[in-house]
Design a protein around this ligand. Structure first.
Ligand code: HEC
Ligand code: HEC
Ligand code: HEC
Ligand code: HEC
Ligand code: HEC
Ligand code: HEC
Length: 672
């Protein structure tokens, strides 16, 4: 939202005629360039050309500040300031520039100091007494939302420059898509606070923020020389992709709406079936009031009458196919990277008519619920509209818990404040009192939110599978006994794990210890990098520890053909071998005849719906008698440490949690 500062209007400076302004701006530009040039000559780091003012080009006057103003007001004000309410309408350009409060005008072009819009939001906590600048603003009411210094400056500059709209020249009849055409989730928050809260801590909101995703995507971009294009970002940021942001754009350079990932409109601004499409969902552009929101109800009560949007029923939104547009990932060469939807299609749940939404949007994450079991409440709570005008309905939950969780600091996700985009907020002592207070408040809120997300995540995972263990209670020393473990899936909707299965690790750890606590048998334990002792472990490859022969791990593996004609399990599906297994580049061969490129496949290890799998662990008891302890666990980890090394993000390794889903403990009494 915050573009580089261009030029600052000094208070009380008279409005310059446009022609004069242009020439003086050109002068600034030349001086600026000259300065940069000379700095460059003297070896100093070139500073960005700061003084370039925006071009207000007649006869098509426009102001590139307008989009920022519009989005700022949309996120912070229009929930209360809508048409058809007591409050001044701040939803459109016309309403804002023509708006009045009594005799005062909302905006007096050229004179921010006389414009209510500016006077209501202006504040400076350090303002000198008598300066006329208040220490707290009139608006907006929520302290966390007060306009940042940069935002106040933008409003001031925009009004000083004549409060123009951003318009294309008249002869230009192609309207490019801009950020303005996709309402932010923040805008929905005003009337849908519960859906917003749930969504904001969901992995849908995190999809593009994810540092693991960013590192993974950029690694693949580098290895495919960019030919992968927007393949990865099309699902993780459907709006960013629609806006034309390319695949290798860093997150810090993406638009704010792009960083909202699978934002509200990515699901609610779609009127048509798109079928299985590996992303690229067709989101309808348009301002909040201009286009419908599509949802589950055929009798929505919103609409312009109460200054909200029109609603329409989209029965398709309640089907699994709707989720399947993104939850089946097939790459351009036909490799089925993720199969949640395909698995569901063949599942017992599908036969019983149990959809993704029933398990993932009900009150208990992972357990199917019928429509009528859902809590009753209001789908919208609209400021200024009496509650009774909105009917009670059966509501859904938008948390969409999954095994993923945020790897970002608690100051960055789920929420971040606007002023934090404008300065380095990590130096506490350099922060003002307001900044310290709001940062503390933000972290409190974020931690609370993340804790709920954690609880939901564990709830979901605990509904995946159970373990059954048979282990002898007595034995003789020196004997070899079997500890038998069965994992029984409780999940009728898809395999366990599903989705990002090449990385998800769901495994059994079986550890037997003698009475002194020494380990005498271990499977499913971790090496010093925190990895399982499988073919990807550095310690196993370096012969420092033995490969885990009995490992029961439901992770899927990428298998590639090597130049010798043998197959090998690989961590990344792209490498720099002579024999290219570069499955992410555009297809160059005859994938069709194989259904996959001949050089690559995925070995599926996941546990099919409601099925079970067993493993027998032969434990050789040593000569000593005594009580031996057996500990069996079903563990889950969303990403393996080796992957983090391979995508250049080893600093994230310490945040990877092993979640224990089920645990069994027993003893073996060993007689001499
Ligand atoms: C939570 C609801 C809410 C939000 C959000 C909000 N306002 Fe207001 N606003 C009010 C209320 C209530 C009043 C009338 C009481 C008052 O003046 O304090 C008001 C009054 C105003 C007025 C005086 C004209 C009028 O409509 O009465 C202006 C101008 C204004 N707000 C601007 C803004 C701006 C700009 C933002 C966003 C940066 C904003 N408001 C955000 C509730 C809100
Ligand atoms: C991943 C897709 C997805 C995202 C993202 C999403 N929704 Fe929904 N939403 C749904 C589905 C699906 C339903 C209907 C489910 C059903 O009834 O079975 C729904 C239902 C709703 C409803 C109807 C009332 C209720 O709670 O059931 C509202 C209102 C709503 N969503 C608002 C939002 C808002 C606001 C956001 C963003 C903060 C959002 N949604 C984000 C998929 C999504
Ligand atoms: C000014 C208030 C307001 C804002 C802002 C708002 N909504 Fe709504 N929304 C409503 C009302 C009122 C309803 C009707 C609730 C009902 O019928 O029970 C509604 C209903 C919905 C529904 C259900 C539609 C149906 O018929 O099934 C969806 C989905 C929805 N909104 C999504 C959104 C999204 C996404 C945003 C942000 C882009 C948003 N809304 C912003 C007030 C608002
Ligand atoms: C526009 C694409 C898109 C649509 C539509 C979509 N999802 Fe997602 N979903 C994603 C992406 C991308 C992620 C991964 C986010 C992450 O973990 O970083 C995700 C994550 C999830 C997760 C959490 C997974 C985890 O590992 O934590 C669940 C559960 C989920 N989606 C269920 C659904 C359901 C149910 C629907 C249908 C109502 C749906 N999604 C619709 C793209 C989508
Ligand atoms: C019968 C209930 C049920 C149904 C139906 C169901 N799920 Fe799940 N889902 C679960 C449970 C329980 C888990 C946790 C276990 C796991 O991670 O596999 C889960 C996990 C997930 C995950 C995270 C998987 C991972 O391990 O990374 C995604 C993504 C997901 N579901 C998407 C979907 C989609 C999309 C559909 C519909 C096509 C669907 N689910 C249908 C219960 C269900
Ligand atoms: C068709 C949609 C789609 C495409 C294309 C896609 N993803 Fe995903 N991605 C998903 C979904 C859905 C999930 C959640 C699955 C789950 O939780 O099991 C996900 C999860 C992930 C995760 C784990 C979540 C996290 O944030 O740590 C990573 C990493 C990831 N994807 C990377 C990629 C990369 C790299 C690419 C490009 C090669 C890619 N994705 C392409 C839909 C997609």
């Amino acid at each position: 939202m915050d573009r580089p500062k261009r030029f600052i209007v000094r208070e009380g400076s008279p409005r310059m005629p446009a022609a004069k302004k242009l020439t003086s701006q050109l002068a600034v530009l030349t001086i600026g360039l000259g300065l940069v040039g000379s700095l460059w000559l003297f070896g100093a780091a070139p500073s960005p050309v700061e003084a370039v003012p925006h071009t207000i080009s007649l006869p098509h006057p426009y102001d590139p500040d307008w989009p920022d103003i519009y989005m700022m007001l949309a996120k912070k004000c229009v929930g209360c300031h809508r048409p058809g309410t007591e409050r001044t309408d701040l939803t459109t350009y016309e309403a804002i520039v023509e708006g009045k409060i009594g005799d005062d005008r909302m905006v007096v072009p050229g004179r921010p100091e006389d414009s209510a819009l500016f006077l209501y939001v202006e504040w400076d906590e350090h303002a000198a007494v008598g300066s006329g600048v208040p220490r707290t603003p009139e608006m907006p009411p929520d302290k966390l939302d007060w306009l940042s210094p940069g935002q106040q400056e933008t409003i001031k500059r925009w009004i000083a420059n004549g409060a123009l709209e951003y318009r294309l020249p008249d002869h230009c009849d192609i309207t490019p898509l801009t950020e303005l055409e996709f309402p932010s989730a923040k805008q929905c928050q005003a009337c849908h606070p519960n859906q917003y809260d749930e969504w904001s801590r969901s992995m849908h909101a995190y999809a593009q923020h994810s540092p693991a995703f960013e590192a993974f995507n950029l690694t693949l971009m580098e290895r495919t020389s960019g030919t992968q294009g927007t393949f990865c970002t099309r699902c993780h940021t459907p709006i960013g992709t629609a806006l034309g942001e390319n695949g290798n754009r860093r997150n810090i350079h993406r638009s704010r709406i792009s960083m909202e990932g699978i934002t509200c409109v990515a699901c609610h601004r779609r009127s048509t079936k798109h079928y299985k499409s590996s992303g690229r969902v067709p989101v309808e552009p348009g301002k909040l009031q201009d286009v419908c929101m599509y949802g589950p109800f055929d009798n929505g009560v919103g609409g312009p009458g109460i200054g909200s949007h029109n609603s329409a029923e989209l029965p398709y939104i309640k089907t699994s196919q709707f989720c399947g547009e993104c939850h089946d990932v097939v790459n351009p060469q036909g490799i089925r990277l993720e199969e949640a939807f395909s698995e569901w299609q063949n599942s017992p749940a599908a036969k019983e008519g149990i959809t993704c939404q029933m398990c993932h949007m009900g009150p208990v994450q992972g357990l199917p619920f019928q429509e009528c079991d859902r809590p009753l409440g209001r789908a919208a709570i609209v400021p200024g509209v009496p509650e009774e005008k909105i009917p009670l309905r059966h509501l859904t939950n938008h948390t969409f818990a999954g095994p993923d969780y945020s790897l970002l600091p608690d100051t960055e996700f789920p929420e971040k404040l606007d002023w934090m985009y404008e300065k380095d907020y990590t130096d506490w002592n350099a922060l003002s009192r307001y900044e310290q207070e709001t940062l503390t408040e933000l972290r409190k809120k974020n931690r609370y939110s993340l804790r709920i997300a954690d609880e939901k995540r564990l709830e979901l995972l605990s509904n995946a599978a159970d373990i059954y263990v048979t282990s002898p209670q007595t034995a003789r020393s020196g004997q070899t006994v079997n500890v038998d473990v069965t994992v029984q899936s409780k999940l009728s909707g898809h395999s366990f794990p599903t989705g990002f299965t090449a990385e998800r690790q769901a495994w059994i750890s079986t550890i037997v210890r003698d009475s002194q606590g020494h380990t005498i048998f271990a499977s499913g334990d971790l090496d010093k990098n925190g990895d399982l002792r499988d073919e990807h472990s550095y310690a196993v490859l370096a012969n420092e520890v033995q490969r885990d022969r009995y490992l029961l791990n439901f992770q899927n593996k990428f298998i590639a053909l090597t130049s010798e004609g043998t197959e090998r399990s690989v961590i990344l599906s792209v490498n720099r071998h002579l024999m290219p297994i570069n499955i992410l580049r555009p297809a160059d061969g005859i994938s069709e005849s194989f259904g996959r490129p001949p050089i690559f496949r995925i070995a599926k290890g996941s546990l099919a719906p409601l099925s079970k799998q067993s493993q027998s662990y032969p434990v050789h008891l040593p000569a000593a008698a005594g009580t031996y302890h057996v500990e069996v666990r079903l563990n889950f980890r969303h990403l393996p440490p080796t992957l983090m090394d391979h995508i250049g993000a080893p600093h994230l390794k310490h945040q990877l949690q092993v979640v224990v889903l089920k645990e069994w403990c027993g003893t073996i009494e060993v007689a001499p």
